[in-house]
Write a protein that binds this ligand. Structure first.
Ligand SMILES: NC(=O)C1=CN([C@@H]2O[C@H](COP(=O)(O)OP(=O)(O)OC[C@H]3O[C@@H](n4cnc5c(N)ncnc54)[C@H](OP(=O)(O)O)[C@@H]3O)[C@@H](O)[C@H]2O)C=CC1
Ligand SMILES: CC(=O)N[C@@H](CCC(=O)OP(=O)(O)O)C(=O)O
Length: 350
């Protein structure tokens, strides 16, 4: 067997970082050589997450303690804004490093859009300009040539995959897209926040970021690319008292000559060779439980009772296809490995 890839995970003491470690442990072409943390530096993974106790793993260290000379691929699972500063130093120290970044720092190609949505000027504009948007099924060819991949957001992966082929085909009206999405709480990360306390979220449901959630900018960017003209969807996220999962219910208007059955045919045809995207039979509704713990997206198309309208529903696990699973999928593409290596597990059920 050829030499394994030496991989480092920055932010391994967080939710997406630990999910990366969980999945990379069963990746046959990878050796985990370094793991970083901030407040938890110095601890072992088993100290932070007892489920790792049976596995031999490097100790959590500060990023500047990692010997980058040993590393081929680095995953960044760090907070927004932190990543662009950290990565400038990391790439300066080792320019031939392959980087898969899970944060939002490099997703928006337009620096002005970044500044508008994130409230500050980007700190690593040259890296932002070279980054490739890592929606694997759509940008695979560009990802295969990339040094820096910007893994998409969880809401966005779930809301882009079912819509982009319909826009490209001209089968839906770009001005009439409404994305109503729900997320589980792990989407907010592991750091303590009052709004994420059990007693603030359990037995309830609420919208947040209404009309201004930052993932709207990613939707604008990718919908517009697919449509070949500016597109601005309505996007409303909701927080639900589940741990994992994104569930997007998307309302669209079909263009003349198209109906819901056509939308279903377009999606089924577009994704028939894609192992991680399943288009269910027309009228069948997906469930978040059927993708939990897996890298799979399930998409359903349902005709509306109102002529000219259709409802497209999509679900994924925010920590897997919405983050760490897609990040490994992108590493596989960047490094020329079979795309499903290490991420082909079936969903956890019940
Ligand atoms: N959660 C999700 O579903 C998704 C998250 N993302 C993105 O992935 C990234 C990681 O998210 P998530 O895992 O949820 O976050 P967590 O809060 O769970 O983890 C953050 C990690 O970053 C470390 N860290 C925090 N501040 C610093 C710093 N200043 N310098 C170095 N390391 C630091 C933390 O270390 P320590 O714990 O030791 O303090 C921890 O390991 C974010 O950018 C997020 O937006 C993307 C898609 C989905
Ligand atoms: C529940 C919750 O707070 N979710 C996060 C989305 C997490 C994610 O996928 O996206 P980023 O990588 O862009 O943070 C939010 O709404 O900001």
């Amino acid at each position: 067997m050829s030499k394994k890839l030496n991989v480092a995970v920055l932010g391994a003491s967080g939710y997406t970082g630990s999910e990366l470690v969980r999945m990379l442990l069963r990746h046959p072409a990878v050796e985990i050589v370094a793991l970083s943390a901030d407040s938890k530096a110095g601890k072992t993974m088993a100290d932070v997450f007892p489920q790792f106790a049976p596995f031999a793993l490097p100790r959590l260290v500060k990023i500047d303690e990692i010997d980058l000379g040993l590393v081929d691929v680095v995953f960044c699972a760090l907070p927004h804004a932190t990543t662009q500063v950290v990565l400038k130093g990391v790439i300066a120290a080792k320019p031939d490093l392959k980087v898969i970044d899970l944060s939002a720092d490099f997703r928006l190609a337009d620096p002005a859009a970044y500044e508008t949505w994130y409230g500050h000027a980007h700190q690593a504009l040259e890296l932002q300009a070279e980054a490739v948007y890592g929606l694997t099924e759509i940008h695979r060819a560009a990802i295969s040539r990339a040094r820096l991949v910007a893994n998409p957001g969880c809401f966005t992966t779930c809301s882009l995959l079912p819509v982009l082929p319909l826009l490209t085909a001209g089968a839906i009206d770009p001005d009439e897209i409404v994305v109503d999405a729900k997320t589980g709480m792990s989407g907010a990360g592991r750091a303590a926040k009052e709004a994420m306390l059990f007693s603030e979220v359990a037995e309830g449901l609420h919208a947040y970021g209404v009309a201004n959630h930052r993932h709207t900018a990613e939707l604008d960017q990718e919908y517009s690319l697919a449509a070949g003209r500016p597109v601005k969807p309505t996007f409303t996220p909701h927080l639900t008292p589940m741990i994992r999962g994104i569930y997007a219910t998307i309302y669209v208007r079909t263009t003349p000559g198209h109906d819901a059955a056509d939308l279903h045919t377009i999606l089924a045809e577009r994704y028939k060779a894609e192992p991680f995207v399943t288009v269910l039979p027309l009228g069948q509704v997906p469930q978040s439980r059927h993708v939990k713990g897996s890298n799979h997206v399930q998409i359903g198309v349902v005709p509306d009772r109102i002529p000219g309208r259709a409802i497209v529903i999509s679900t994924l696990d925010n920590l897997v296809k919405g983050a760490s699973g897609q990040a490994i999928q992108n590493m596989n593409v960047v490094c020329g490995l079979a795309e499903g290596t290490g991420i082909d597990q079936v969903a956890l059920f019940p």
